[in-house]
Ligand binder design. Sequence first.
Ligand code: PA5
Length: 414
Amino acid sequence: MCLKLNTKFLEKFISKEDYLKLEKKVKSVFKALHLKTGLGNEFLGWLDLPENYDKKEISEINKISEELKLSTEVLIVIGVGGSYLGSKACIEFLKSQNYNLSKKDTPDIFFVGNNLSADYINEILKICKNKNVSISVISKSGNTLEVLTVFSIFKKFLEKKYNKKELKKRIFIITSDNSNKLRNLAFKESYRIFYIPKDIGGRYSVLTPAGLFPIAVCGGNVNLILGGAKKARKDFLKNNLNNLCNKYAVIRNIMYRKGEIIEILVGYEPCLFSLFEWWKQLFAESEGKNQKGLFPSSCIFTTDLHSLGQYIQDGPKILFETNLIIKKTKTNKYKKISDLNKKAFEATILAHSSDGVPNIILNLNNNSEFELGYLIYFFQKSCAISGYLLDINPFDQPGVKKYKDNLNNTMILN
Ligand code: PA5
């Protein structure tokens, strides 16, 4: 298995009885998930996606990525929430936070449409000025205001640079196969469309073209990512407490019931930063409902040990830490630094747990595509089970919808 869970530092906080009390319930929600009888069961397409994905579509994505290597210096991804966090997370995990600055034969990538800052857009447009640019617009609903607004700006920018024929080779729409503003425009202009399956929600869509297209363009091997997810799907089919997804979900539930209402995902590699942002969206949007749910937070150590570390050590005892440790670094160089990083982890976990902060460890072998796919599937399935343990629907987002509706109404009023 490429992922292992170590609960050594949890033993004094959780008893065997705590686990046993939840055994029956976790087995029953696991069953409901697989029989598709639970809440939100119309959004379970991600569960078997690693087996069922559209192979033709993936080879098309790979083919286009090769073409874009030659034609494109900058890829602009326009999307928000689940429509950009997954690809950003994977590209940084596989390559680096400094991907754009590195020497490579793939395009730079910039993410827009995830804010409404005029300065930010202006800055990216300036960067693009004398470059060959392609655009990928990603929105499952095809109606999200930030995305459509920012797309209209970048579309105009591209129209000034290229003729209609060339635009068709440079604008890629990723949406659902429902009538929506984005899909309708794509039909009208004959832009290339990739589809997000109807039964997969935004934050579960990283293994669909929504995540895979930008990853492939940036040189990630999407077949290997799907291979890792496929292995995880197989590994996590058994309905018992040894199943890592069940176990992690149960631990989270016990922590929540004991009043540790914040989970901090901790890592010691900066390339995990955006993966943690993706994880926060997955869990916050899935579980924060009906006045329930752990608040997902994240830290990169040792950086945050010099700021948030103080609160974790001595602040209110309302949190626990999940350490995501990558065993093998990408480089073989600087062994001394890697040893020191390991020592920092050991010192921190000892310090925190000795002062009453529960800790668990997820050990991942390395930063490869395969491990990444495995990890993504693990978190997605754990999240679904964890949500069901709280008796909420992990697949809707009524709170996000409220804000979106208000913003749309404001636009209409003005
Ligand atoms: O998980 C979700 O459903 C949301 O966070 C969406 O991903 C986000 O709101 C963007 O929506 P859309 O892809 O429809 O533009």
